[in-house]
Design a protein around this ligand. Structure first.
Ligand SMILES: [Zn+2]
Length: 340
């Protein structure tokens, strides 16, 4: 019998009477004890959620006295979602952009239920560790204790190798320890195949890489290094600016406060052609002139700026011209200058 209630279809299903058999002693002397019913989440019907109301019997064996239930084939005893609905939900979750909450709405169940159904049924296996491994984290959920999830990617084919619920060092350490843990002596170890690992400067990653990827070269994405250098240059600028804060109308203070972006820009790209009126300098000039004015304010800024530029020039060297440089030596020189 089908009825409609609260925007939902209710299928009332009565289990057919049959010859019952006791599951304990296999006797067929079975009495009906009570009428039972249970509610299952049904599949969508006419674009509406539905409910399967199942009417079944509680039975009792006359020979051994054990009591049992009529078999309900639509779902097992532990769940309130019909088997067919579970399959529909999992199918709806297949597209990468599907959302737990909207699937939950479609069947009128809670988002938590959809998530646990997914977790129970979907186990995504880890891909083998690649030759070039990229690691990073992404913001996962605000309410969880572990706000960031850890992600690994194969640089060469852009496939996600695995996602781990936390980027905490103890979690990662357990995870990487367990890879290869059961391999015998002669067997090739997966971790040894990794030649490069690339990450940001997050301290736990450095220690994980040093511990578990001894054969690999640790690469830091240059974006993070450039940011680090620029942040330090910015700190130097702010320190100098504070020295002039007693005279906020001074040229020095205003240049450091309002024209600082020229310091961050890579030198060779600073404009040397377009004349514009600069309100701080009070004349028409090119950006390069403004930059030179800023650099003349403080020796500290000038010194830091020069090393930053040297680093950026080194960073800009491409594969073709790399052979003309002794990159390792040049980088060591730059690091020495940063220390100074
Ligand atoms: Zn029995």
């Amino acid at each position: 019998n089908i009825t409609r209630k609260d925007e939902k279809y209710v299928f009332s299903i009565v289990m057919k009477r049959q010859t019952y058999e006791c599951p304990e002693c296999h006797s067929s002397h079975v009495n009906i004890k009570a009428n039972k019913s249970k509610k299952l989440v049904g599949a969508q019907f006419n674009n509406c959620p539905s409910i399967y109301m199942i009417h079944f019997k509680r039975l009792c064996c006359r020979d051994c006295g054990s009591s049992f239930y009529d078999h309900v084939p639509l779902a097992d005893e532990t769940t309130k979602i019909a088997r067919v609905t579970q399959l529909h939900i999992l199918e709806d979750l297949k597209p990468f952009n599907s959302v737990f909450a909207s699937v939950a709405r479609k069947y009128d169940i809670s988002t938590t239920k959809v998530i646990s159904l997914f977790d129970e049924n979907v186990q995504v296996k880890r891909h083998p560790l690649p030759r070039i491994l990229l690691i990073d984290e992404f913001y996962f959920q605000r309410h969880s204790q572990q706000k960031y999830a850890f992600v690994m990617m194969n640089f060469e084919n852009k496939v996600i190798v695995d996602i781990i619920k936390s980027r905490w060092q103890n979690v990662l350490s357990d995870y990487f320890y367990s890879i290869d843990a059961e391999k015998g002596k002669g067997e090739k170890r997966e971790k040894e195949k990794v030649e490069f690992v690339c990450s940001d400067l997050y301290e736990p990653y450095r220690s994980i890489i040093a511990t578990y990827f001894k054969n690999a070269t640790y690469l830091v994405d240059h974006f993070h290094v450039v940011k680090l250098v620029n942040d330090q240059l910015n700190n130097t600028r702010k320190r100098e600016m504070r020295k002039h804060s007693y005279a906020r109308q001074s040229k020095e203070y205003r240049l450091l406060k309002f024209r600082y972006k020229l310091l961050m820009q890579y030198g060779p790209t600073v404009d040397i052609e377009t004349y514009r009126f600069d309100s701080i300098l009070g004349c028409h000039c090119v950006n390069k002139t403004v930059l030179d004015e800023i650099l003349s304010i403080s020796d500290d800024i000038k010194a830091f700026y020069d090393v930053k530029e040297a680093f950026m020039a080194l960073d800009a060297i491409d594969e073709k011209s790399a052979a003309e440089h002794d990159l390792e030596k040049e980088l060591d020189e730059i690091i020495k200058r940063f220390h100074q």
